[in-house]
Design a protein around this ligand. Structure first.
Ligand code: UD1
Ligand code: CA
Length: 453
């Protein structure tokens, strides 16, 4: 089986410099969704017919199973498929898809392929309450498909037909090539209509099968940002439904976004307005509070992520507590039982079991031992303006508030750093180290008064 994806439309109504088929749905280009469904069916070769912005699309999505055909100028859907014909093998079956119809599912397409068999033409059609704008499916007295008429070419009787053409079809490659060579552009729009092959197929005695999609949303196209947003919600609703069916608690499935892959263990609970990007794994019993963004993270079981946390490229152990307002950046690895509190930023650091940084800290390029307590306002000064250096903090260290650790520097196990310390040399184990101007009080000192008043 081979696939042709029509993607030459400019998408003028998107009012965007980004080609329409690269507009993101759930974080991935529209065309990537269509490609994924085509690949799930085991397509041998996929020909993308592109026009405007073709090079950008190709640079973004090229792959060994893709061939790219340019359609310029764009003279209609029939003309578009014709551009792919040189790349099709004669004996194969061809499935025609659309780069801007992203929700089409592999299951529906598999049924369409089945209906087509080896030598039939199969159309994906839907019955709509409001068929305006679509090509109508015209059937003969016996109920067999006779032809498709475009809205603009239809009589008022024909416009009353509610069964419409989705545009998605399967045809034998050899026949398709022949029919496309015979269509003309003698119609209201002066275009070469792909839909005209149906009448030709009927004339050649080829049987036309029709199949309805599993869900009507699968056939919806994107022509505007409003339609893009509507499809985004439909897509998210189906992901949410799948997660809830598997036992995940979503406080509000309508306020929940997955832009990648979200894998959840048992009894996971997700509060409102969370965004999951890239690959995210949540272990058993993980609770994610409201308004969190998690990107490429793995959260160990029993860990709680409190509201407004932003976690990126992070792995946590079990029973950790993060946030509210925690920020972890790539390379953060937290062992079991670690607590990261509000306004704490962690980057490229390992923090061992049961250590805590509960308030207002920056921990970058550090190795922190177990049971360490990092006081409020502690900062690893990891950057000298040119190079980055590591900070090593041993087990059972206590770091007082407002401490700066000027890396490279080491704090020995069991050491205590007094509040306000600026540590520029290694701190020995088990001792108090403090660098701080000595406190003085001046008896009899009076405040200055305003002159001439
Ligand atoms: C087409 C169908 C119509 C169907 C409708 C479903 C034809 C003649 N009509 O109509 O029966 O109900 O889709 O949405 O096929 N494209 C190209 N090159 C072109 C023209 C179009 O690549 O020269 C692509 C567009 O980017 C788009 C798709 O084909 O993805 C459909 O084109 P569009 O102009 O939207 O077709 P409709 O007139 O809506
Ligand atoms: Ca200080």
């Amino acid at each position: 089986m081979e696939v042709v994806i029509l993607a030459a439309g400019q998408g003028k109504r998107m009012h965007s410099a980004l080609p329409k088929v690269l507009q993101p749905l759930a974080g991935r280009p529209l065309l990537a969704h269509v490609l994924a469904s085509a690949r799930m069916l085991g397509a041998r070769r996929i020909c993308v017919v592109h026009g405007h912005g073709g090079e950008t699309v190709r640079a973004r999505l090229d792959a060994p199973d893709l061939v790219w055909a340019e359609q310029s100028p764009q003279l209609g859907t029939g003309h578009a498929v014709q551009q792919a014909v040189p790349y099709l093998s004669a004996g194969s079956r061809v499935l025609v898809l659309y780069g801007d119809v992203p929700l089409i599912g592999a299951h529906t397409l598999a049924r369409l392929m089945d209906a087509a068999g080896q030598d039939k033409l199969a159309l994906l059609t839907v019955e709509l309450d409001d068929p305006e704008g679509y090509g109508r499916i015209l059937r003969d007295g016996a109920g067999r498909v006779a032809r498709i008429v475009e809205e603009k070419d239809a009589t008022s009787d024909e416009r009353r037909v509610r069964e419409v053409n989705t545009g998605i079809l399967v045809a034998p490659a050899g026949r398709l090539r022949d029919w496309l060579g015979r269509i003309g552009n003698d119609n209201v729009q002066g275009e070469y209509y792909l839909t005209d092959i149906i009448g030709l197929a009927v004339g050649d005695g080829v049987e036309i099968a029709t199949v309805a999609p599993d869900d009507a949303s699968e056939t919806l196209g994107v022509n505007s940002k409003a339609q893009l947003a509507a499809l985004e919600r439909m897509f998210q609703a189906s992901i949410a439904r799948g997660l809830m069916d598997a036992g995940v608690t979503l406080i509000d499935p309508a306020r929940f976004d997955v832009r990648g892959e979200l894998l959840c263990g048992r009894d996971v609970e997700i509060d409102v307005n969370c965004v999951f990007e890239g690959r995210v794994e949540l272990g058993d019993g993980v609770v994610v509070g409201a308004n969190c963004v998690l990107r490429d993270v793995r959260i160990g079981s029993g860990t709680r992520v409190a509201p407004f946390s932003h976690l990126d490229g992070t792995v946590t152990g079990q029973d950790c507590v993060l946030g509210p307002f925690a920020r972890t950046r790539p390379g953060t690895v937290l062992a079991d039982g670690v607590h990261i509190g509000n306004f704490v930023e962690i980057k490229n650091s390992h923090i061992a079991e049961d250590s805590k940084a509960n308030h207002l800290s920056y921990i970058g390029d550090a190795d922190v031992g177990t049971r360490v307590n990092i006081g409020a306002g502690t900062i690893t000064c990891n950057y000298d303006g040119a190079n980055k250096y590591r900070t090593e903090i041993g087990d059972d260290v206590f770091i007082g508030s407002d401490t700066q650790l000027v890396a490279p520097v080491r704090v020995g196990r069991g050491a205590t750093l007094g509040a306000g310390t600026t540590l520029t040399r290694d701190a020995p184990p088990d001792q108090l180290t403090v660098s701080r101007a000595r406190q003085q009080s001046y008896a009899g000192w009076t405040r200055p008064t305003k002159k001439g008043g």
